[in-house]
Design a protein around this ligand. Structure first.
Ligand code: SAH
Length: 462
């Protein structure tokens, strides 16, 4: 180890920053966040520091650096663009054993500043020993995405109960107790914003002197349209902690792979006219598994509340008092539109956008045609492949020109995505000839014309 990682208490302690520019301002900001009493020595202050000075948040000595500035300092940071001054600050500090940091000059530093992930009071510091701040920042980005934003709240909950736990639970069992709490249902309550319930559950567990009993819950999670990169952080977190996974046909195997290795996986998918499990049975199964104390993940393609029957599934749970969470996902319309370069709205072409289902009931389409042929709007048909002839002919019959732009996006956002651009008159034939495979989405509107200019193959999943 080239450096000893430590966290320094600087609250109300004098800190010196030499330099008044933008780089100095970034360091001052950090010192202030940690409660330091900051004085800046610089002949001139840049805009940011000027504002802080006027607000009374920092002291300012309007002069060039002088050794006396270091008197009484807990630490010093040199951030001037004059390397002679920077070196002088460094040497004087080191001679007086004052910790010093010279920005971007590790060889002049007695301490370096890490990249930080702040989940107050949880702090994660990343350092590459000064060799590559860019790499440290990239690593920080990765960690940011792994660690839920609410982790700080979890730490606050623990802090609030620490003394009580100490008094009630003997040392040998204490660690197991906390591990259980931090990995179990109580932590999940905090991470999903239900801190009141979390505190009550923790108080209850403490009362009984043992870890909380397993508490079943259902996570109704939108997995997006196919590209695993389009999952949300929350979706991924719940996918990695669920005990059982219920998934259907729309779920990309690459997404299923991201669920916990040892989780039980149950296929409940439906293809057109081929329902594996009737909806009522899926609803009942969710409830049954949760009642056994399991954390049940119901993975849905796209967004669970858009043509996903998510509402029906949680109605059963709500009726039986089973806890559940709903996690939104990127719906097929958003995903396909973005990956195909077809904006759903556009100032020149469409000020509104309709999502409708093109699913046929007994061979006829039950659609409000008048609402679909309004000017300046985009209409997106989910589940429209089977009825594409009826849809296109119906739109023409109700007033749209036969050369009106229409597109079908096949297996959107996946490596097999294909975009078929045509007109209402020609799209059905084009799609049949290309043997388009489900899932597909139809977009009707003038925005389709933008595909030519905006389609960028690069944002398609490889
Ligand atoms: N809840 C989902 C929609 C479920 S209905 C969502 O929000 O996206 C199923 C329909 O969604 C399919 O018939 C198809 O029209 C559309 N769909 C889902 N994924 C798709 C994809 N990757 N490409 C094209 N269409 C898709």
């Amino acid at each position: 180890m080239d450096f000893l990682p430590v966290f320094l208490q600087i609250r109300d302690r004098p800190c010196l920053v030499v330099g008044g520019g933008a780089v100095a301002a970034r360091k001052v900001d950090l010192l202030l966040q940690a409660g330091g009493r900051v004085t800046v020595t610089a002949p001139r202050l840049g805009e940011t520091l000027q504002a802080l000075h006027q607000a009374g948040r920092i002291g300012h000595r309007r002069a060039a650096f002088s050794p006396a500035d270091l008197d009484g300092c807990l630490l010093a940071i040199a951030a001037t663009d004059d390397q002679v001054v920077n070196r002088q600050v460094s040497e004087l500090c080191q001679a007086r054993a004052i910790p010093v940091n010279v920005v971007d000059r590790p060889e002049l530093c007695s301490f370096i500043m890490p990249a930080i992930i702040d989940r107050e009071p949880v702090l994660i510091a990343v350092s590459t020993g000064g060799s590559s701040p860019v790499l440290a920042r990239l690593l920080r980005g990765r960690l940011e995405s792994l660690i839920p934003a609410a982790y700080g709240r979890l730490a606050a909950l623990v802090a609030g109960f620490r003394e009580q736990v100490k008094q009630r639970i003997p040392a040998p069992q204490r660690r197991a107790f906390w591990e259980q709490v931090l990995q179990g249902p109580i932590a999940e309550l905090v991470l999903s914003g239900r801190e009141g319930a979390a505190r009550a559950a923790l108080a209850d567990a403490l009362e009984r002197g043992m870890e909380p009993p397993p508490m079943g819950e259902v996570y109704l999670v939108g997995a997006g349209p196919g590209d695993p990169d389009l999952l949300t952080f929350r979706a991924l977190r719940l996918m990695q902690q669920a005990d059982v996974v219920l998934y259907d046909r729309l779920i990309n195997p690459a997404i299923l792979e991201l669920t916990r290795r040892d989780a039980e996986r149950i296929y409940v998918g439906k293809a057109r006219n081929q329902h594996t499990l009737p909806q009522e049975e899926t609803n009942a199964l969710l409830a049954r598994l949760a009642k056994q104390g399991k954390r049940v993940l119901r993975l849905k393609g796209g967004d669970p509340f858009i043509f996903g029957r998510g509402g029906e599934e949680i109605q059963t749970l709500a009726g039986e008092g089973i806890p559940f969470q709903v996690v939104p996902g990127i719906t097929a319309a958003s995903g396909c539109a973005a990956y195909a370069g077809i904006p759903l709205t556009h100032r020149d072409y469409a000020q509104s956008c309709l999502f409708v289902t093109g699913n046929l009931k007994d061979g006829s389409v039950d659609l409000n045609w008048e609402s679909l042929v309004q000017p300046h709007q985009t209409v997106v048909f989910y589940m429209g492949l089977h009825g594409i002839e009826i849809i296109c002919a119906g739109l023409i019959a109700h007033g749209l020109p036969s050369d009106f732009p229409a597109a079908l996006i096949e297996q959107g956002t996946t490596p097999r995505q294909r975009v078929h651009v045509a007109t209402l008159a020609t799209l059905p034939e084009r799609v049949r000839a290309a043997e388009a495979r489900a899932p597909t989405l139809i977009i009707v509107g003038e925005v389709v014309k933008l595909h030519q200019d905006l389609a960028w193959q690069g944002n398609r999943a490889i």
